[in-house]
Ligand binder design. Sequence first.
Ligand code: PEP
Ligand code: MN
Length: 361
Amino acid sequence: MSNQELDNLRSNVDELNLEILRLINERAAVVQEIGKVKEKQGVNRYDPLRERHMLNLIKENNTGLLPQSTVDHIFKEIFKTALELQENDHRKALLVSRKKKAEDTIVVVNGERIGEGKPTFIFGPCAVESYDQVAAVAGAIQQKGLRMIRGGAYKPRTSPYDFQGLGLEGLKILKRVAQEYNLAVVSEIVTPHHLEEALDYIDVVQIGARNMQNFELLKAAGSINKPILLKRGMAATIDEFIHAAEYIISQGNDQIILCERGIRTYEKATRNTLDISSVPILKQETHLPVFVDVTHSTGRRDLLLPAAKAAIAIGADGVMAEVHPDPAVALSDAAQQMNLQQFDEFYDSLQKFMKSYEIHA
Ligand code: PEP
Ligand code: MN
C-alpha cells in the first residue's frame, strides 16, 4: 500500500469520525428536546421499553461488520450520555442552587439576619434536662446579646438505653425559657408526627445528621412556614446534602440553614472529621446560609475555639456549639460541652479574633 493510499484512508476515517461526532451531538440535542417535553408532562426521563425498542431496531438493521454485542455496547453508551445530559440540566435547575438564584438567602430568626455576612451564633445544651439547666445557659446567651438558644427535646441516641430526651416536656421548658430571655428556640424534630405539635414551641426546626435522608421528614419540613436547620449526614456527600435541602425547598420552604457537623472518616483523634472545605463549596453551589457545628464535628472541648475560628475565616454564616452549666453530669455529650465560664472565654476569644480580622458580629 502506498503512502498516498494510507493517507487517503486516514483522512476518510477522520471525516467519518467527525460525521459520527456530529450525529451523536445532533442526537443528544433531540433527546434533550424529548426531556423537556417529558418534564412538562411530568413523566420519567428513563424509559426502558423505549430503549429496548431502539436496540431491537438497531439489531434488525445491523448488516455491517461489527458483532451485535459491540453495537449494543456502543449504543447503550450513547443512550446513557444523552440521559446524563438531561439529568445535568435538571441538576443545574436545583432550587437551592446558585444557578437558580444568585443572591444569598437570608433567614431571619428573632431579628437575627442569618446569611447576610455577619456571623451569627447558636448556643445551648445538647439536651434539655430541666428548667434550671436551660435557664442558666439562656442567661449567659442573653448577656452576650445573642438571640437564639438550642436544646434537644427529642434526642436521637446511638443506644436505645441512653437518655432519649424529655420530649414535649422539653419543648415546653424551651418555650418558657425562650420567652423569659427573649430567645428563639432551635430544636431537633425526628419524625413528621411531632412536627405540627412542635411548631407551637420552636422557632427553628433542626433536622439532625441521622435524619438528613429521612425524606418524609424533609418533605414535611418543606411544607411548614418555619426556618429549618439541616445538618449534614455523618456519611453524606456534599451532593447528597444539597439534595436533602432540595427536598425541603421543593415543597415551598426556602428558609433553610445548612449545617456542617463533621463526617465519619478513619480518623479517631476527633469524634468526626470537620470537612471545613464543604463550607465554601456549599456557599458556591447554593444560596443558603451555612453553619458549622464545632461540638459534634470535633467532639473535643480544646478544639472548639480553633474550629470556630476556621469556620468564620472560611466564610461560614454562623457557628453552633453546646453549652451546659455542669457538663460533667450532662445526660448526653458530657465530654464536649462547655461550662459557662468556658463559654464566656470561648465567645470573648472569638470576638477578639473577629475584630482582628474586622469581621463584625
Ligand atoms: C445535635 O445537634 O443535637 C445533634 C444530635 O447533632 P447531629 O445531628 O449533628 O449529630
Ligand atoms: Mn450533642
